[in-house]
Design a protein around this ligand. Structure first.
Ligand SMILES: [Mn+2]
Length: 241
């Protein structure tokens, strides 16, 4: 059996990333894949990119990674871009949109939001009609996947329907479901096309939120108060909606 940890949405929060990487190592798991949004929102996008580049065997692009590398200029983006520097921005720009492989006889696709679109947001409450579109072949051919894993919405869940399994690993650095870092583990036979047992588990890891808040304050980052509220409450921009 092979075990692979799947992490997403780090958003420059290093205490959260360190807690998750430690939890993964403590379980004896050596393989990590990342579903994007390494950068932006939090104070330390540069360190997040360096750690992910070093620790992960596969990384796909998120909408914030796109904003960083290719989005229109604004003051907030300029602050994060300055921290990232040209080399890391280039790394983010060249990340792939999705990854696919077989595990225990299932074709798995991993992406940030949708395999063909970093901006196509599918909430956990979306209809099956909407969710099923994520399984389509991003190349426009007929190779439907059996399983899709994604990030983007910062809240983890697993859903089974129409013979498919959809899972979201939540967010390491900016969780918006509960105030703990989130990631997933898939277990099965990697690159094996014959069917055997396969599992997905979703892990929640407590981390030092006040340390992350302190680092954000010291960095003098933009949108500071909104970020702090999200870390402390797991509510988007600190509001109930
Ligand atoms: Mn995100």
């Amino acid at each position: 059996m092979d075990r692979i940890a799947i992490i997403s949405d780090i958003h420059g929060n290093i205490p959260a990333l360190e807690a998750v990487v430690l939890d993964i190592k403590n379980r004896g798991i050596s393989r990590i894949m990342c579903l994007g949004d390494l950068a932006g929102k939090g104070p330390d996008s540069d360190i997040a990119v360096d750690m992910i580049k070093n620790d992960c065997e596969l990384v796909v692009k998120g909408n914030w990674d796109y904003f960083m590398a290719e989005g229109d200029y604004n003051v907030m983006l300029a602050w994060h871009r300055k921290k990232l520097g040209e080399k890391r921005l280039n790394y983010l720009k060249n990340l792939p949109g999705y990854a696919e492989f077989y595990m225990s006889g299932r074709l798995i696709r991993l992406c940030h939001a949708a395999p063909n679109d970093v901006f196509h947001r599918v909430q956990s409450t979306a209809s099956y009609e909407e969710k099923i579109t994520l399984f389509k072949d991003p190349k426009g051919e007929d190779k439907e996947s059996d399983i899709v894993g994604y990030g983007d919405i910062h809240g983890s869940y697993i859903d089974n329907f129409q013979g498919k399994t959809l899972f979201n690993v939540g967010s390491v650095g900016n969780p918006l479901d509960i105030t703990q870092s989130s990631y997933g583990i898939i277990e099965g036979s990697y690159e094996e096309k014959s069917t055997s047992a396969f599992s997905i588990s979703l892990v929640k890891v407590p981390y030092d939120i006040e340390k992350a808040v302190q680092q954000a304050i010291e960095s003098k980052m933009p949108d500071l108060q909104e970020y702090i509220n999200e870390l402390r409450t797991a509510r988007y921009r600190g509001k109930n909606d």
